[in-house]
Design a protein around this ligand. Structure first.
Ligand code: ZN
Length: 246
């Protein structure tokens, strides 16, 4: 399975505080773990590379894309967003992490503001598994404890998800839907909340387990079991097939 980890990769280069946690970037930390998982071919891409690191040929061969950004969402080219959106609709999985809730591809695919409330107060977070039979929660106990976290709270302005896997509780009293899946065309989008840039959350085993599970789950969506007119991932092919059958 081909995995592409996209990272904005600005803050890790500009801030000593962030660099201290992720010296080679958040994408490199995630890649280090995912490269150890059997069956995954892992590539990374960053905002300041040509075509935002996501030329069409790379997008085309990606089964699951991870997306992390937080301070330069507006610098992502609309053409890049078009490519990511179309790929999801054709069957690519998209895992949007933490502050990626305000990224252009996520907002485009969900169609809402994706706004939420937040507070940086170093509180601890407990992500409760609310669907223990969901493949994304495989191997996770009743909850994941994140000792130091940035708070995200409701209302999170997203469409009602197709699948809700985690709900977070914060020591400040807030709750948040922190693991959700939406189907879009032939693909799926998974939003997973943990991962602020000043905490080593992407080295926490349970968090990495969930991301790995999600890659497996969303990657399966690229292989529809039903084929034929109306089920072809490429709408243009469908239309031609429909015409030729008239
Ligand atoms: Zn954050």
């Amino acid at each position: 399975m081909n995995v592409t980890i996209w990272n904005e990769f600005r803050h890790e280069r500009e801030s000593e505080e962030v660099k201290a946690v992720y010296p080679d970037g958040i994408h490199a930390a995630l890649a280090k773990h995912l490269e150890s998982v059997d069956g995954l071919v892992v590539r990374t891409a960053t905002l300041d590379e040509p075509e935002n690191g996501l030329p069409q040929d790379l997008v085309d061969k990606t089964d699951v894309m991870l997306w992390w950004g937080h301070k330069a969402h507006g610098d992502v080219a609309d053409e890049t967003v078009d490519r990511v959106q179309a790929a999801v609709q054709r069957g690519m999985g998209l895992i949007v992490l933490h502050s990626g809730h305000f990224s252009k591809p996520f907002k485009r695919l969900l169609g809402t503001t994706c706004g939420l409330v937040w507070r940086e107060d170093d509180m601890h977070e407990r992500l409760w598994v609310v669907d223990p039979t969901h493949p994304i929660a495989a191997g996770i106990d009743r909850y994941i404890e994140v000792p130091h976290s940035e708070m995200y709270g409701e209302f999170f302005d997203v469409p009602t998800p197709d699948e809700l896997v985690f709900v977070s509780w914060f020591a400040g009293g807030e709750v948040f839907r922190s693991g959700m899946v939406w189907k879009r065309g032939y693909g799926k989008v998974f939003y997973f909340r943990p991962g602020h840039e000043t905490y080593p959350i992407y080295r926490q085993p349970e968090v990495l387990r969930v991301i790995t599970n999600a890659i497996g789950y969303l990657g399966e969506a690229t292989r529809p079991t039903v084929t034929g007119i109306g089920n072809a991932p490429n709408a243009k092919v469908s239309a031609e097939a429909a015409r030729s059958s008239e």
